[in-house]
Structures are given as structure tokens and as C-alpha cells.
Design a protein around this ligand. Structure first.
Ligand SMILES: [Zn+2]
Ligand SMILES: [Zn+2]
Ligand SMILES: [Zn+2]
Ligand SMILES: [Zn+2]
Length: 341
């Protein structure tokens, strides 16, 4: 085989999404089955390479060892917050103002399920003060208006106020709301007057719940919320580190919104607003998709791949393989098209 033949041969087995190359077509098919490439992945605006995480795309474009061709164009016409690239520098400058804007994005479209962000501040309980107890909770809507912001009286004694982080003192909790009452009020806000069984079943008119590390917040509030309505910036795959660990809300706010939070004591309102803005940025992504899925109907599996024969898959071009590939996570852009059920 001469060199030219060899290069076309390897090109034939190049993944159309991440550009990995395979000597044998069956290896490419195997790769596609487990990669879940889709239009919902962060994609380089220049070479169209798909990345699993925004952090990998940022490395690809900005460094420390970026792809030279993409890095050059990106440094001239790319937005460092959303990683989009614009045809001209004028368009980039115009875009930057909007991308960095800290005023809330336009209100939701009528057919969209609206979201509420929640954040808790924890103090310490137990003998060594290591048990997290919710002592303050905040809920904001999409317009960043406070719906609920109260001090909470934990059901067991506080042994460490963690003042340096929380800024909470005993006098703050003198008039605090008992946990039970807090739970009931939050449920009323989130469930929007719907019965819990109906929401568990199909969503109802319940709100999407946004936050960072919501499992822990809900656990400390001794509350449950349907998984298909949870949008957690600590768990959303594109927002993870390349090591698959969660990024901090502080890091995500700095990289996607361009400002600093959590300087000094923590403010649950500030954290709510940051996670809500990140959620809305992700929801506003313009991803091509052939079918309209809703959170309740979303199945995280490469369904088409499992239905097709290996032999037939091996006959397909890399582009065709990518076309039938489906995401293994629920992309938040789907929220912008979902009809309430
Ligand atoms: Zn790939
Ligand atoms: Zn998407
Ligand atoms: Zn690129
Ligand atoms: Zn931008």
C-alpha cells in the first residue's frame, strides 16, 4: 500500500465528531456506540470537532496546548465566555456586550416550563460541627426576583455557625422559620399548586429546579424533587471538568459569565442568580436536533445503534454514523422547546 492510499484508508475510519482515527471500521463503530456524540456536545466553531466538556473545548481553543489553527482564529474573533466565533471582529464586539450582560435574559416564552433556582447556606451540627444543617435558603425566579429568602431553624442544635463562610450569627436565627414550614412553602412554590403524584408521573405545572449541588441542598432540607425536573450545574455533563468531577460554581461563573462570586461570606442569593444565569445560557444554546424530546420522554441510550446490525453499521460513512448517534444526557436546550404536559 502506498502512502496516499494509506492516508485515505485511515481517513475513512475517522470519527466525524471527535476526529479519532481507527484502523478498522468495526473499531469506529464500537467507538460510536459508546461515545454518544450528538449536536448537543460543545463543538469547535472552527474545525467542528466535538468535545465532551466545555473545559475540553476551552483547552482546544485557548490552551495551554491549543489546536494552532483554531486558536489563532479564536483569539481574533472568539468569545471567551460562550466560546462562539464570529465572522468579523465588529460582530464579536457587539456580541460580547450581550454575552457579558448581567441583566436577566428576556422572560421565558409562554410554552416554556419556567425555572426556579435554589441555594442553601449550611451551618454545622453534631459533636464536631461537621454535620451540615440548612440555616438559610433562597429561591429566585428566572427574572432574578427573590421568591423566598429566610433563615431556617434547624431541627437539632447548631454547634458551629461557620461564621467566616456563612456570615450567620445566633441572633440571625432568633426569628428563623422552622424547617417544616420552610419545606411546605418551598413545595408550594415549586409544585405550583399541583399534586405531588401528578408531578412524579408527568411533570404537571411544576417548575424546573436549578442549583449547584442540589442533591445536598435537598437532603439538608429533607425534601425530594422529581429527577426529571432537576437542572444541576454541578452535574450537567458539558459543565464537568475533563476528569468528570464537578466544577465549582465560582469557577463556572467566572468562565461562563465573566464575573467573580463568593468573595468573603457566601450569599445564597448570589449563588442562585449565578446558577440560574448559567442554566439559561445552556438552555439558550442553538443546537440542531431532528426530534423534539421532553425531559420525561428522554432516554439516555444510543437507541438507533442498538436496533441496527453491526454489518449495516460498518457500511455507513462516519458522517452517517454521527447523524444517527444520540446523546446520553438530557441537553438543557430541549427545555426551550418543551411543551408543558
Ligand atoms: Zn468520536
Ligand atoms: Zn442541546
Ligand atoms: Zn477546532
Ligand atoms: Zn459569548
Amino acid at each position: 500500500m502506498d502512502r496516499a492510499q494509506e492516508s485515505t484508508e485511515s481517513l475513512r475510519h475517522k470519527c466525524a465528531a471527535c476526529f479519532r482515527q481507527f484502523n478498522k471500521v468495526e473499531h469506529l463503530v464500537e467507538h460510536m456506540k459508546i461515545s454518544y456524540h450528538s449536536p448537543h456536545e460543545p463543538i469547535c466553531a472552527i474545525c467542528k470537532k466535538h468535545c465532551r466538556f466545555y473545559d475540553s473545548l476551552r483547552e482546544h481553543l485557548i490552551g495551554p496546548l491549543p489546536k494552532a489553527k483554531c486558536a489563532k482564529q479564536f483569539s481574533e474573533r472568539g468569545c471567551r465566555l460562550c466560546l462562539k466565533v464570529f465572522p468579523t471582529t465588529e460582530q464579536l464586539i457587539y456580541h460580547r456586550a450581550a454575552c457579558q450582560s448581567l441583566t436577566p435574559l428576556p422572560p421565558v416564552k409562554k410554552e416554556q416550563i419556567s425555572a426556579i433556582a435554589l441555594d442553601c447556606e449550611m451551618v454545622g451540627g453534631g459533636q464536631d460541627g461537621s454535620l451540615d444543617l440548612c440555616a438559610r435558603v433562597c429561591l429566585v425566579n428566572e427574572e432574578e426576583k427573590v421568591l423566598f429568602h429566610y433563615y431556617v431553624k434547624p431541627p437539632i442544635p447548631i454547634t458551629n455557625y461557620r461564621y467566616d463562610i456563612t456570615g450567620i450569627k445566633p441572633e440571625h436565627l432568633m426569628e428563623a422559620m422552622p424547617l417544616k414550614q420552610v419545606q411546605e412553602t418551598i413545595q408550594q412554590i415549586l409544585y405550583n399548586g399541583e399534586a405531588i403524584w401528578r408531578i412524579r408521573l408527568k411533570g404537571g405545572k411544576a417548575k424546573v429546579l436549578v442549583g449547584h449541588g442540589l442533591d445536598h441542598d435537598l437532603q439538608c432540607l429533607a425534601m425530594e424533587y422529581p429527577t426529571h425536573l432537576i437542572r444541576d450545574t454541578a452535574k450537567y455533563i458539558p459543565l464537568l471538568k475533563t476528569s468528570k468531577a464537578s466544577n465549582s460554581l465560582k469557577y463556572l461563573t467566572q468562565s461562563f459569565l465573566g464575573y467573580k462570586i463568593q468573595n468573603g461570606t457566601r450569599d445564597p442569593y448570589e449563588d442562585c442568580v449565578a446558577s440560574m444565569r448559567i442554566y439559561k445560557k445552556m438552555r439558550n444554546q442553538d443546537h440542531y436536533q431532528s426530534a423534539c424530546l421532553s425531559a420525561t420522554k428522554f432516554v439516555s441510550e444510543n437507541a438507533v445503534y442498538s436496533r441496527m446490525k453491526q454489518k449495516d453499521l460498518e457500511k455507513m460513512s462516519p458522517e452517517a454514523l454521527l447523524h444517527i448517534s444520540q446523546s446520553d444526557f438530557y441537553c438543557w436546550c430541549i427545555d426551550s422547546r418543551s411543551q408543558p404536559t
